[in-house]
Design a binder for this molecule. Sequence first.
Ligand code: GLC
Length: 465
Amino acid sequence: MKYPSRIPVLIIMLAFFSSPLLAFAEGLTWKESPEERTQRMAWFKEARFGMFIHWGVYSELAGTYKGAQIPGIGEWIMQSAAIPVEEYEGYAELFNPKFFDADEWVRIAKNAGMKYIVITAKHHDGFALWDSKVSDWDIMNASPYGRDLLKELAEACRRHEIRLGIYYSIMDWHHPDAQAAFYPSYNSRTLSNPNFRRYIDSKMKPQLRELLTEYGDIGILWFDGEWVADYTTEMGKEIDAYIRSLQPEIIVNNRVDKGRQGMAGINREGEFAGDYGTPEQEIPDTGLEGVDWESCMTMNDSWGWKSNDTNWKSSEELIRNLVDIVSKGGNYLLNVGPTPEGYIPRPSIERLQVIGEWLKVNGEAIYGTQASPFKQPDWNGRYTATEDALYAIVFERPVWPDGWLNIPQPDGFSSQSKAILLATGEELKMTSNQGTVYINVPDVLPDPTASVIKITLYLGHYCHS
Ligand code: GLC
C-alpha cells in the first residue's frame, strides 16, 4: 500500500530534475534545445530594426560642465569631467522631464518602422529611471519629477505593440561597493572594490528582479559595462541564469558575460552566456555563420544628449546601414538621445521619418529576411533573401554594363521567376545565362537611396511533387 503513494513524489522529482529549474536551483547556466532557442529568438530575427534610447541625469548636463564643453560622449560626462558623486547628485535634482510623453516616443519609433525599444533604465552613473525600492538614486527620490518613467514607457509599448528592452549597466559609478569608490577614475579596468559582491547582491540582483517582475514581459536585457575588473565570467553566468529564472523567454545580449571582443562585439572562443553579439558603432564585414548579432549605432557622435553635437549622419547613410546590416543577418539598434525636457531631438525625428517612409515601401526586403546567400555584389547594393524571394537592393544604378545588374542565379530560379520593383510593381526585363541572371534597371531608380528589386523564386513549389 505504501508503493502507490510514492509515485507522484517520484514523478514530481523526475520532472524537477529534468527541468530547466534545476539549472537555476544549482546556479548553473541556462539550457535549452536548439529548437527552443530558434523559437525564443524568432521575434528578434524578424524585427531587424530597433530604437536605442540613452537618457538620464547626464542628459541634463548635455555635454557641458561648469560652462566648459567636455569632449567625448554625453552619457560619460560624470567620468570625463571627473564629477564627484555628491556634486553629480545635484544634477538629478534638476532632471525634470516635464514634456516626456511615452506614447509620442513609441509612435516615433513605430513610424520609423522600428519593432523594439531598448532604454537605459540604468546607465553607468547608476541612476534608475524607474521607481526602485532598492535605491534612492532613482527618478522618484533623487529628482523632482517623481513619476516612474519606465512604467509609462512599458505601458505605451504595450498599447502600441512594440517590444521593450532594458539596458542595465553592470558598472555603477554611484554605488560605494562598485566603481564610485574609484573616483576620479570611475571607469578603471584594473582597480578592485573588495565589496563588489555586496553590490551585486544588494543592488544589481534586486533591481533586476524589480525590472523583470514589475514591468510586464521584457523583450531584451541589454547589459553593458561588463569590463570592470571585479565582474567575472562566473558572475555573468549567474546573472544570466537569474534573469532567465524570472523571464524564461527573454533575450540577453553578450555583455552579460566577459566574452565580447571590444567594439567588434562578437564573442571570442569559449563558453559564454548571452544570446547575441553587440558590435558597437561598427558593422561586421560579412555575415557570421551561426551567430546572432545587433549593431548599435548613433545618429550623431554621442549616445546621450549633447547639445553641441550636430554631426548628424544623413538619412541615406542610415538607410544604407540598415540594409547592409540586414544583408549580413544582423539587427540595427539605432540610438536617440532625448533632451532633459523629454524631447527626442528634431534632427533624429526627421531622419526616423525618412527611414519609416522607406520601410513602408521596402520593408518586405528587411523584416524577417535572411542574410544574403551571395557575397557582396560588384554593383553598389546588397542582397537579402527569404524562402521564396531574393531581394536585390540597389544603391546606385550600375553604369557598366549600362543599367544591367548581374546576379548569381539563386536556387529556385526558373522561367516563372519575375523581377519586380517593389516601389512601383513594375516588372523588369530579366534574362539568365550560364548561372548568371541579368536584370535591366530603369534609367531613374524610384529611390535614390535604395531601390528594391524582388526576384521571385519557386523553392516551395518544387518541393512537394
Ligand atoms: C559603450 C558606452 C556607453 C553606451 C554603449 C552603447 O559601452 O560605455 O555609454 O551606452 O556603449 O553600446
